[in-house]
Design a protein around this ligand. Structure first.
Ligand code: CA
Length: 542
């Protein structure tokens, strides 16, 4: 009700602003027509390409209102290099929409004003709103395949379940939203191998060996300073036990792999990992390590990465990019080697599971944003947008232009293959001035990834190729209304149980039933019911 009232009010504002911008649009499109005659070379080429379609000689630029990714909340100027280049190449007239796709309130305001952009970028969490209000048009699979075949391929590669989700109409073969984002690497655990050498141990391969390493790192003076002042690892959140959880057969949200994991029980019912027996066993294992003194005692410490940097702990689990020193040269991992030039580390292979089985990694392809098309957008406009997206995926020069500008002028490539901004071209203000990063489509592969993160990212990817990866039962980006409502309450209970049991305040076994009761009562029941309804009635209709 409240929202309706606000919408009406904004509608008034809209009527006024449309009346005002109406005049502005006319005058700008006139100027655009003028400037475009000078760039007739390119439009001539476009016409030739489209000769089969139409016999229009002097095609007018196709107007496109684009909601993109404003770096640091700043928008590209209409005259920025990137905007001008896109306009020239594709014979379009880009209007940069000044609504921040990272901020739902700004997007709401834009839609409430009646303005529906042609290219819409929206946060994963906001897709429900946009679908329910009918703000987008569908794009057929055929159209995607015809104008953006690489885009289509990479979307399906990274989000294989999208055609079995709420954004896809399986009967009509139409997408209402297209996921942007990539299958992330799983968080890595690194171990100080110079410590392993010092205590005469090898990389652990199972939970027993891991526990023994924890003991040695705590009791056998791995840093050789004659004092008992080290621990195996620290625990402040799920990150730290991510790879241990995998050995118990499930994924925990941590860093970029942030989806909750649902596991199908022998009764066919999907349950959140945190209320399953495997989770209980994990907590017992970790609390035992804590009770033996192997885990850093303070679990509330904010900056626990520094414990690794300072050589207080010798094991750390974190997002992959942090272990790329050239990519994050000033971060905690890189600093470890500045502080202690003798430090050596290696990634830990997945440990053998507690039941003797292989560790389980759930494939999660983060939906960073959804890409959608406004309900008033024409086929011609969709076609142009798809071509712009396709070009940045297949044409490296155009890809670079969209992401970082012109090589040699705005960026250079270092010895690790990573692109480095020249001068201050990496600053937010300069990014807006240039227009880079606003039109990005985040589905990068091969060289495109190397340019972003350097060659170590390839090493990491290869390291994880042997992982035992399973499908996600509830795909990334699936809207779960009950989670929106009760998610925070339920997570509070999970967090409290996690920290209190690990530190031995509560006994896992004694408190388990109590925890489950509170979890279900706080909204967990509603989430679980909805998840099962989605799984059985919406995703698997057959
Ligand atoms: Ca010591």
């Amino acid at each position: 009700m409240k929202r309706r009232a606000i919408s009406l009010l904004l509608l008034l504002v809209l009527v006024l602003s449309v009346a005002l911008t109406g005049c502005g649009t006319n005058s700008t499109s006139n100027t655009n027509n003028n400037t475009n005659t000078s760039g007739s070379n390119d439009s001539g080429k476009q016409n030739a390409d489209n000769a089969g379609d139409k016999t229009v000689v002097d095609e007018k630029p196709v107007p496109i209102k684009w909601v993109g990714n404003p770096t640091g909340g700043l928008y590209p100027d209409d005259n920025s290099l990137v905007v001008k280049e896109i306009e020239k190449r594709f014979n379009v007239d880009i209007q940069v929409m000044k609504a921040n796709s990272n901020k739902p309130e700004e997007m709401n305001l834009l839609f409430a004003s009646g303005e529906i952009p042609d290219h819409i970028l929206i946060r994963a969490a906001d897709i429900n709103m946009i679908l329910e209000e009918g703000l987008v048009r569908g794009v057929s699979e055929d159209m995607l395949k015809e104008y953006a075949p690489t885009y289509y391929e990479r979307v399906l590669e990274n989000h294989p379940y999208v055609t079995n989700s709420v954004v896809y109409d399986a009967e009509k073969k139409v997408f209402y939203a297209i996921p942007q984002g990539m299958g992330e690497l799983f968080p890595f655990t690194v171990i100080r191998t110079d410590w392993l050498e010092k205590v005469g141990a090898k990389m652990p391969t199972n939970l027993e060996e891991f526990e023994e390493i924890c003991r040695l790192f705590t009791e056998e003076d791995p840093d050789g300073n004659g004092k008992k002042d080290t621990y195996a690892f620290s625990v402040t959140n799920n990150y730290d036990v991510y790879n241990l959880a995998a050995t118990y057969g499930f994924s925990l949200p941590g860093g970029v792999v942030k989806d909750e994991s649902y596991i199908k029980g022998s009764d066919g019912r999907l349950r959140r990992a945190e209320v399953t027996e495997g989770y209980k066993e994990l907590l017992k294992y970790v609390s035992r390590l804590y009770s033996k003194g192997y885990i850093y005692p303070d679990v509330t410490i904010k900056d626990d990465e520094a414990l690794f940097t300072d050589g207080v702990v010798g094991i750390k689990t974190f997002d992959s990019t942090y272990f790329i020193i050239s990519y994050r040269p000033k971060d905690w991992f890189a600093l470890t080697f500045k502080k202690n030039p003798n430090a050596k580390t290696e990634y830990m292979r997945p440990l053998k599971g507690y039941n003797g089985e292989e560790a389980v990694y759930e494939y999660q392809s983060s939906v960073w944003r959804w890409q959608c098309f406004g309900k008033n957008t024409t086929d011609e406009q969709v076609k142009k947008i798809l071509q712009i997206i396709e070009a940045q995926l297949v044409d490296m020069e155009f890809h670079n232009l969209i992401w970082r500008g012109i090589e040699g002028e705005h960026f250079t490539v270092d010895e690790s293959g990573m692109a480095i901004a020249v001068g201050d071209w990496g600053n937010n203000e300069k990014i807006a001035e240039l227009g880079t990063r606003f039109f990005i489509c985040n589905l990068r592969v091969g060289e495109q990834r190397t340019l972003a993160w350097g060659r170590e990212s390839k090493v990491q990817r290869e390291f994880q190729e042997s992982y035992n990866v399973v499908e996600q039962l509830i795909p990334s980006g699936t809207p779960i209304a009950a989670k929106t409502e009760y998610g925070a309450d339920v997570e509070k209970i999970e967090k409290e149980f996690f920290l209190n049991t690990i530190t031995g305040v509560w006994d896992v076994e004694a408190e388990w039933d109590n925890y489950l009761a509170r979890w279900y009562k706080a909204g967990g029941q509603k989430i679980e019911d909805e998840v099962n309804d989605i799984y059985y009635n919406k995703l698997h209709k057959n």
